[in-house]
Design a protein around this ligand. Sequence first.
Ligand code: UFG
Length: 324
Amino acid sequence: MRILVCGGAGYIGSHMVKLLARQGHEVVTFDNLSTGHSAAVKWGELVHGDLLNPSDLSSLFQGDAFDVVMHFSARSLVGESIQKPALYYQNNVVGTYNLLEAMRNHGVDKFIFSSSAAIFGNPVKERIDEDHPKAPINPYGKTKLMVEQILQDYAASYGTSSVSLRYFNAAGADAERELGEEHDPETHLIPNILKAAYGQQENTLKIFGDDYDTADGTCVRDYIHVEDLCDAHLKAVEYLLAEKRGAEAFNLGNGNGFSVKEVLLSAQEVVGKEIPYQVDDRKPGDPAVLIADSAKARRELGWTSRYTEISDIISTAWAWMNRD
Ligand code: UFG
């Protein structure tokens, strides 16, 4: 197949491009390189352009048709979305609308969307399944929910088939150490812990709040390996091809919660040394616990995660950091 990967120069998108190329698909990456890296696009063509520029999109969709579009391009930091909501509504909602319109104008009707656990807000039950109330508590989560709603209307009125994959906490790196997580600034827990493990003073680890209503007071998250997320996209392509679909959505996590302190302890074992930290204020918009119920993805997509141990996930990230 010929597959368009928007955001293929980013963390999860670049791993997806590799997997698609390995499966023999023709991959085209479209990326504005605002947070992604051209060096991460090691397979297929890279088209430099912006979803906010409709003429970039019309050139992209000229020529051979795409069988499927995968959309990873988004601003994705909860804190930044609270400070700069306009940036989030523009990039994540307007940008996606432009992409969907380009697809519609060119007869492309299969779409896989990177959604997020952030659409649920504060959980009202222990594990979050697809029926959980959707009440995002920050602009980032709202943009993802808005796109899911747009996709429902596009399915009903225009026949656009889509799968929204709601990632819980994406983590880890390519097992062959060809790709990994490289954000600037880095805000995510596992890379920040591993940076602190190098012992550089400016990278002292901060734990954002230890007074949450959890066993050890720190936030609990469901970490899911980036390769497992990419595998779910492959399964979603098969699902879209099997029969005409509407707008479907699946939650993707391991179903196990780890607190910030538990992740830190596991990382200390992986790196073989103690990692100093200090406790800082809570981060605005940070739910205490987010754990997925992914039974629907297992049942309907036939998806299972291969990395179920947090130490294995951390090990791949550490191996990537120490690749040289
Ligand atoms: N944390 C720290 N110190 C750090 C970094 C993070 O204590 O240096 C804490 C956070 O406050 C949070 C937990 O570790 O409680 C995980 O933080 P991440 O930044 O790794 O991930 P988030 O849960 O904040 O956000 C991630 C994605 C979002 C997505 C969300 C939904 O980055 O895009 O998961 O699950 F919305």
